[in-house]
Design a protein around this ligand. Sequence first.
Ligand code: AVJ
Ligand code: FE
Length: 482
Amino acid sequence: TSHADHRRVKARLAAALDNGRRWTYTLLDPLDDEAMHRQFDRIMSPLVWDLGHIGNFEELWLLRGLGDRSQHDPDLDRIYNPFDNPRWTRADLPLLRRPEATEYAADIRADALRLLDAIDLDPDVPLLADGFVYHMVLQHEAQHQETMLQALDLREDPRPGDADELAAVDDPRLQLYLPATARTVRQPRRVDDTDIVTIAGGPFGFGAMRGVDVPLGAGPAAREAAVAAYDNERPHHLVDVPTFAIDRFPATARRYAAFVADDGYREDRWWSPRGIEWRNETGHTAPQGWVATADGGWRIRRFNRIDELDPRELVEHISFFEAEAFAAWCGGRLPSEQEWEKAAAHDPATGTSRPFPWGDAAPGPALANVDRALWGPSLVGSYPQGASALGVEHLLGDSYEWTTSDFEPYPGYTTFPYPEYSEVFFGGDWKVLRGASWATRRGVARTTFRNWDHPYRRQIFSGVRVAYDVDGVGRPATPRRH
Ligand code: AVJ
Ligand code: FE
């Protein structure tokens, strides 16, 4: 009956809220108070701000937004408003201290769960239909977990100045954060990491469907992906994508290191004018975290620990400008987001678009490296079962992938439920990234999801997959392959 369905949906939402909060604390619990309040980098917030902001966002949407609560502390709204307080100013705000922020988030959560239990998820109320606003709050917390991981990945202990200490790879002081067991990677089958797939031209269904349009029998994960999609992923519409080709795999460390070794960062011809400016200003000569060894190889620093860099590992922490230059060096270019989503979602046998590359099932350990499975990207070829219908792999998980697309609304876009999620960013200096990263929680990972950042940023878990124009018979017109 619909009453039993209603109870089942509410029970799933309550369990998901509980699970999401536990994932926040598996991240924060290992940190001491000093680390919670420290700003690891000017471009990131102190993590204690994220915690208070998670609570405040939930108060706004699950309590006050649902009409339940009139009294609140306006100071908290001011402190935790991201637009009034740019990241570099947040350490100087009169933030709740860690115990107060923890208690605040817990109090809001307890009230939100009580209200969820009592509320009618009226299908005629857009915020409530299929529990939309709860998915929004869940995704918000999950996305801030990812932001907190980006901040932790910029942490340097010992602080800069003690840099000579970094030579000792096994020094336990360098392992202050990353769990020791985290990097047990799957050993993949052998693959050719330069393999290319041609995607035949023709129409495909682009963007998120409405929950009600998801066929019965698609299963709960497919339906939830459609319900949870943000306004910027809508409406679902047909686009005609001309024939193009795309790498079966995102760039590996092997390929990227070959680009670096081939003087890729010194040769202007691979770089756009803005990219040249960015490269000259920052002085970067390799992805964030890459540490050159004496013998001309690379190690990788993440979460304050230095590991060997496996050449099969997928690249993370590059800017749009670096992705663009690497693609040009490969004889290709970045994909548009329409091309990316077609490679990920289009099923030529049925003409329909999949919520996940492999089909309707929720992401799991055999399908994709999400949910902090590895605390870094996997080795190329690790997820054959996660391939799309067109045979493209590693589309969700590992690293988000830069596209050529600016962050703009789709035709027929309408803001829902608030302009500060998407609308205020349209037309700005933002490039769309697609897919998901190893840090993305299931519940955010889906083929229609759009992420975005400034083209000059690389603190996010960002990589690159190269696309190619094709010749008259559909073969990549590639002067060189790497
Ligand atoms: C979609 C990742 C760009 O972090 O700015 C968090 C997500 N929006 N709180 C961001 C978000 C509001 C957003 N990104
Ligand atoms: Fe936020």
